[in-house]
Ligand binder design. Sequence first.
Ligand SMILES: [Zn+2]
Length: 347
Amino acid sequence: MNNDFLISIIEMDCPICDKVHKLEKRKRIAQSIVKDEVVNYEEIYFLCPNCDEEENEFVPAGLMDENLLRARDAYRQEKGLLTSKEIVDIRNYYNLTQVDFSALLGWGDVTITRYETKTIQDETYDNIMRLVLKNPMFALECINKHKDRFSLEKYERIRKSIINKVEAVGNLYLKIQEINSLYVNYYEENDINGYKLLSIEKVANVMGYYAQFIENLYKVKLMKLLWYTDSVFFRRCGKSMTGLVYRHMPLGALPIGHDEIISLPTVKVVDEMIRDDICYRIQPDKEVNISEFSLEELSVLQLVATTFKYYNTKEIIDYMHMEKAYRETVPNQIIPYSLASQLNALK
Ligand SMILES: [Zn+2]
């Protein structure tokens, strides 16, 4: 495989032949040693096309630092650590300078600057930075604890910016914790979760997809659509799409955490009275980016959506009641995916 690409041609002073002429700026996969380990990374370099000798390439000093950073980031990615760019993103999320972010965490003034430019953070520090991003309440705790590191004006400004995030996503963080806590026992890939660990993000995207494309969608129907989605995907790929675990309930298959997942931000729930009953109508909220689905996933989503588009709640329940997965399980029992894959229709 060719791993060496031309990025651009630039006229500049060539240090190899000591003349101004056109040079090739190129990119290739190179290897570097980071913390005693070999990593592959994208190296950028210049090539002098006028020179036939072996020494026909060079890396200017500025670019050398960039290459080093890319090598370290490749190492970080391999180890599941935040990359320098991701650390910058967390900081920007709360409008913090490098020094502010360090102060907020109670670290030395230059710690964050080092992480963004050269040093690789250890796992403990990495976890703390991730938590600040995921849980704005934690960020708020941090700033209160290290209040004395800021001027009063700055403290107020940063605090306000964190509070905005608490209001925007704090609730979501708690919701996700709640869902995760319901799934603590399903930490292994097996027949119960369709050989996939729960992906809350995927659940949110799948729900958002149906909310976007199906009118008159109610909660009960959405829950059946989730089950069909996972089951068809399992039959095709040997894995469920979301990792949800479903129980046999009177109205058909119902995922564990069904009340919690409908609070995810891709959908909104509107209470409606229909013949003296409260129904939960599902509407799209945050737009779902279709490109986040693989082609295989999209094909299943489309199949399920077109098959059940015009089914009302009762019709889809009746349909589900005919499934082997329903007939061969008892109330409250978890429906194993091996049964779910033997569907009536939806080939
Ligand atoms: Zn040259």
